[in-house]
Design a protein around this ligand. Sequence first.
Ligand code: SF4
Ligand code: SF4
Length: 393
Amino acid sequence: MSVVSIVKTNGKVEEGVKKAVELAGGIDIDSGETVLIKPNLCCAKPSGSGVVTNLEVISAMVKVVKDIGGKPIVGDLPIVGWDPQETYKTIGVKRVVEKAGGQFVDLSNDEPVTIQIPDATKLKNVKLARTALTADAIISLPVFKAHFFTGLTLSIKNLKGLTWQDQRQRMHVMGLFEPIVDLFSALRSKVVFGLIDGTVGCESIKPSGPYYGPTEGKPIKLDTIIAGKDIVAVDSVAAVTAGIKPKSMKLLKIAYERGLGEIENIEVRGERVKPQKLKQTLFGRIMGSLNSVWTSRIANPITHPLVKRLFGPQIESRRTAEKELEKVIPSRIVLTGECKEGCTICFDACKIGNIKLGKKGPIIGEKCLGCLICVEACPVQALVVKRFEEVSA
Ligand code: SF4
Ligand code: SF4
């Protein structure tokens, strides 16, 4: 059985991180071992935005590792299109890590190393930052964040930041889920702990609107830390606290089926928290319950026509919604909102040169691979994937 801790921080982040580690049974590292702490530093957004891991959590984890006798190093590579140095500088991570007694490593200065993954189902080899391979142990330190493609982005997906930036599009095109689990399987023996920073999380998806990338979102104060040695279990518990069944999350289901961790047989220690994705009114709670009934696999084919009549044609059936993201065509990637002047992030992010920069913003060409890296990278949610119905209307 896997053990996962949940701790409410109530503003005392360092205390909360230490308690969460303790309740989860500590971290299995030997004295003198080099421990790579891998936060989510995906883009140049400040600590506390819910988009990147909170600096207080990073600092606390550095201290925890030091106290155990390990040598903490901290590093991550941002999303394609985001300049690593600008990202680290905006977040202010180096100073905080050094103050806590750790070493910050700019992974973009690493030498990339290609490893083979013999048991992989899709990602047979992958190029990683060398530090990920030379470290004795890895701690995944993601922020509790929604993701337009994978539902939530937590400890397992966080490991993708250790891949060289030119691997990201490749992983998206391969279907993202299996390749991420392949990557995890390759690093699993080193990944000794996962701790989810739920001090401030964020939502980056609108259920009935377009899909936004994970570099922007609505911050949600959760004051929660979730931690454990089995990161599949850690992510599963986090999913439950967000009102999501772990088995309905493709990434967790695949990892579980491949024997990489637990999604059901978990002992939760610490505080029991109710699903806390949103603070809801009574009306909201009733609507939430109704929502889970009408979206269930069995009831949806019957209830969907009625719900659509009541709430409008933008309401998708479950089947359509599931299929939607599997089929991206260029005409569905569109510019809404205002394109940031002088920004070339999506242009730089598209490695096949399928984006031209026009006067009013990017123009998506016809050779699109559907990797959605450009949507993921846009810092102001200007680039989105439109729903099928909006495209055909
Ligand atoms: S334009 Fe197409 S191929 Fe290029 S990054 Fe966007 S989704 Fe990927
Ligand atoms: S759509 Fe505009 S703001 Fe968004 S990444 Fe592209 S150039 Fe930047």
